[in-house]
Design a protein. Structure first.
Length: 534
């Protein structure tokens, strides 16, 4: 059956597209127009009042000196240095345990907070002294689920005293010169009045091929994949690939705007029904595929209370997962049987928790009822075509009906499909023709408003956050495209930060005029159900 195959051989591997090394780069000039950052700096200059010593003035976080040397410059051999943290997120002041393995005698750890920092994009907040290094034991495997994990000893405890909440990269520097990242979120105790930026830790782990297995591949391909993956192991590549590609530029943009921000991971949102209480908005990053039913329920409940939602990618909320504990703590195993869902221990016991795609049996619940758009297929690359230039989120961009942005659609895409649940009123903002697997279809960006007061915005392409600035991965995305996506995102974040958006920014329903076909052209052409998903 299709689900037991890798992608068709005529198409390049999805992993090829997703595994581009994510370097660093400034978001670029022309990001904002309303002086949000300048206003933040003015507020900092005024803090303390006349006559007070400069040392007592409150300095806004992103006006503090950054460190442009936060990048990884030398990976070295795969075993030269690597590590992981437990837990994946901590409250400010809570310690994180670091587990590292290296072929060097010593290594150091430097903690960088990701932000704007006058274009440096990160600030160094802490550095360890020399830490004795050694090669830790080999990875182990839970055979029934093909779960790779480690039983490493703790290398050191990382203190977070005085660290502001935010997204962090711990850089491990081996004596040999080899470097790796370990991502860590210093989460917010309260989301009240803030724009919540989500770290999609569950999705990071789904694509983590460290040890030879993830939720897509094993040594024998898709049929040999893991059904469960563990956070008790390092990430592959440079250690933070999906964060750098799909989240880092969003964090820098939001921090540069001076918005009140909160930081949470997928794990806290799933575990705590009150995690989003009082939030102004919730923002899903560029690739946020794997959700528990509880996380979806908590985000949906927040929307119903008037919390605005922004989905800045595609293929969001597609996979239904469970989270399980390991010896290192709660929520450190990501369970997703996908097309092998008949093997899921919950099958026949609690079908709402069986880990297949949300739209598929045994408990279909398509994600479009929350996200507005629905994932259609992969791989596709196409120009992004503006359909509704007068929409409020396009203000200041200068677009007209039919304005195109080259190669912005890809590598996965969504559209508004009346064959699935669609919230009304819904406004289709972009309607981009494309060809995927030999079938003609469309990509859509859309915005709907909810009776509870929330506005919900979905860009419907995975390349949105990637387009903000360098690196652009040689995919043909232009600087003009980056100016457009940054401005639209800034418009949305600023409006959503004000609170429930439906009253001030209503959706103007145009779905009937778009004549969307209520079906799946990819599946129909190939007589396949489910459509091609990997």
């Amino acid at each position: 059956m299709l689900g037991d195959m890798s992608e068709p051989p005529s198409h390049p591997s999805r992993r090829t597209f997703l595994s581009r090394t994510a370097g660093a780069g400034a978001i670029g000039a022309g990001l904002l127009t309303s002086g949000a950052l300048a206003g933040c700096q003015r507020a900092g200059a005024a803090a303390g009042g006349p006559g007070r010593p400069a040392a007592r003035r409150a300095v806004p976080e992103n006006s503090k000196p950054g460190d442009p040397n936060w990048h990884i410059r030398h990976l070295g051999r795969p075993d030269a240095i690597m590590g992981y943290a437990a837990p994946a997120s901590v409250l400010p002041g809570e310690p994180a345990r670091l587990f590292a393995s290296t072929t060097s005698r010593e290594f150091t750890v430097t903690a960088f907070r990701i932000g704007w920092y006058r274009g440096d994009l990160a600030r160094r907040v802490w550095r360890s002294g020399p830490v004795r290094g050694h090669r830790q034991r080999a990875a182990e495997m839970d055979e029934p689920t093909r779960t790779v994990y480690t039983r490493w000893g703790e290398s050191l405890t990382v203190p977070t005293d005085g660290w502001p909440e935010g997204a962090y990269l711990l850089r491990l520097d081996a004596e040999s010169g080899a470097q790796r990242y370990v991502p860590l979120t210093v989460r917010s105790a309260s989301a009240a009045g803030k724009v919540v930026l989500k770290s999609a830790v569950s999705t990071w782990q789904a694509y983590n091929l460290w040890g030879g297995y993830d939720l897509y591949l094993g040594p024998g391909g898709y049929g040999d994949r893991s059904y469960v993956v563990s956070l008790d192991r390092p990430f592959d590549k440079e250690g933070a690939n999906l964060f750098l590609v799909y989240e880092r530029k969003l964090v820098s943009l939001a921090e540069r705007m001076g918005l009140p921000l909160a930081y949470l991971t997928s794990m806290e949102i799933a575990a705590d029904p009150r995690a989003l209480d009082g939030a102004a908005a919730f923002v899903s990053p560029g690739h946020d595929e794997y959700w528990t039913p509880a996380e979806r329920a908590h985000v949906t409940a927040a929307r119903d209370r008037g919390v605005n939602l922004a989905f800045l990618g595609a293929n969001c909320m597609f996979r239904r997962i469970r989270l399980e504990p390991t010896r290192l703590g709660e929520n450190r195993r990501v369970v997703c049987y996908k097309t092998s869902y008949l093997l899921d221990p919950m099958y026949g016991r609690d079908d709402a928790l069986v880990t297949n795609d949300f739209r598929e049996p045994p408990h279909p619940d398509p994600e479009s009822s929350v996200t507005g758009t629905i994932y259609e297929s992969y791989p596709a690359v196409a120009d992004y075509v503006v359909a509704t230039p007068h929409a409020w989120m396009f203000r200041g961009t200068g677009v007209r009906k039919g304005t195109r942005f080259r190669a912005l659609v890809g590598i996965e895409y969504d559209r508004v499909n009346p064959g699935y649940p669609v919230r009304r009123p819904i406004q289709v903002l972009a309607h981009s023709p494309l060809t995927c697997n030999g079938v003609n279809s469309y990509q859509d960006s859309a915005y709907y408003t909810h009776r509870g007061g929330a506005g919900v915005f979905n860009v419907g392409t995975m390349r949105w956050v990637e387009s903000f600035g360098p690196p652009l991965y040689h995919w043909g995305i232009t600087r003009a495209c980056g100016r457009f996506t940054r401005r639209v995102t800034a418009n949305v974040l600023r409006a959503f930060a004000e609170g429930p958006a439906a009253g001030k920014y209503p959706a103007h329903d145009n779905l009937d005029a778009m004549r969307e076909w209520p079906g799946d052209p990819i599946a129909a052409r190939h007589n396949l159900w489910p459509p091609v998903v990997l």
